[in-house]
Write a protein that binds this ligand. Structure first.
Ligand code: 6PG
Length: 222
């Protein structure tokens, strides 16, 4: 049952995001889409890839990335290339968040420069959420969380005890630079975390709270 409801949710989210992109493409030359990685978005990516869009004018980047090779199993860039950039959607301009530098600290400035050239404000930022209330790579246990929540810089290198690899994340400030924000989560556990987040205000406890004030369209299925 939950598989069907998650597929329906993915299709609904894909249509809402496609509508947002169409609306912005009607008024601007380019439209920017910022995606989260992980496992939840896979059916959403597949559904969005099937949507009728002027993909050649769509720019796609990530909310965060593990600092791994783009062909690594847990690369978000690989996830986007494999599940979204197929067929007509392959005409989109994809901007990954890793460089050839050995660490995200060394690559962050080049990534920020790359991001600066995109069509901000984004048409849509699609956020996921972990069971610890993290979103993008804004993790409660990350040493750089306070920086990532306050800096004007577009991208921040983060190291997190709970995560096997170093990561790079768009800063909260940059993630806020969007006309629309969507939260895509599934399962009862994450629904309970979201309810807890809505009942409090300590962003460092549950970083998803940094985005609950902006209009956030939550897409949830069991
Ligand atoms: O790189 C990542 O993993 C994501 O950007 C991250 O923020 C994700 O949205 C959550 O960790 C939820 O991941 P799941 O969808 O796998 O539960």
């Amino acid at each position: 049952m939950s598989d069907d409801s998650r597929k329906r949710l993915a299709a609904q989210l894909a249509e809402a995001v496609a509508e947002a992109l169409r609306a912005d493409l009607a008024r601007h030359d380019r439209a920017l889409l910022v995606l989260s990685g992980g496992s939840t978005p896979v059916p959403f990516f597949a559904a969005l890839a099937a949507c009728e869009l002027d993909w050649a004018r769509v720019q796609v980047t990530l909310a965060d990335e593990r600092w791994v090779a783009e062909d690594a199993a847990d690369s978000n860039a690989r996830l986007v290339r494999e599940h979204l950039l197929k067929g007509p959607a392959a005409a989109a301009t994809f901007v990954p968040l890793t460089t050839a530098d050995p660490t995200p600290e060394q690559g962050a400035a080049a990534v920020a420069e790359r991001l600066a050239a995109l069509a901000w404000p984004a048409s849509a930022v699609i956020l996921g959420m972990g069971g610890d209330g993290h979103t993008a790579s804004l993790f409660p246990d990350s040493r750089e969380l306070a920086l990532a929540l306050t800096t004007e810089a577009a991208a921040v290198a983060v190291r997190t005890p709970s995560q096997p690899q170093p990561r790079i994340t768009l800063s909260a400030e940059r993630l806020h630079q969007a006309r629309r924000h969507f939260l895509h989560i599934t399962g009862g556990d994450k629904r309970a975390v979201l309810a807890r987040a809505l009942a409090g205000d300590d962003v460092r406890e549950l970083p998803i709270r940094a985005f609950l004030a902006c209009p956030l369209a939550t897409y949830w299925a069991p």
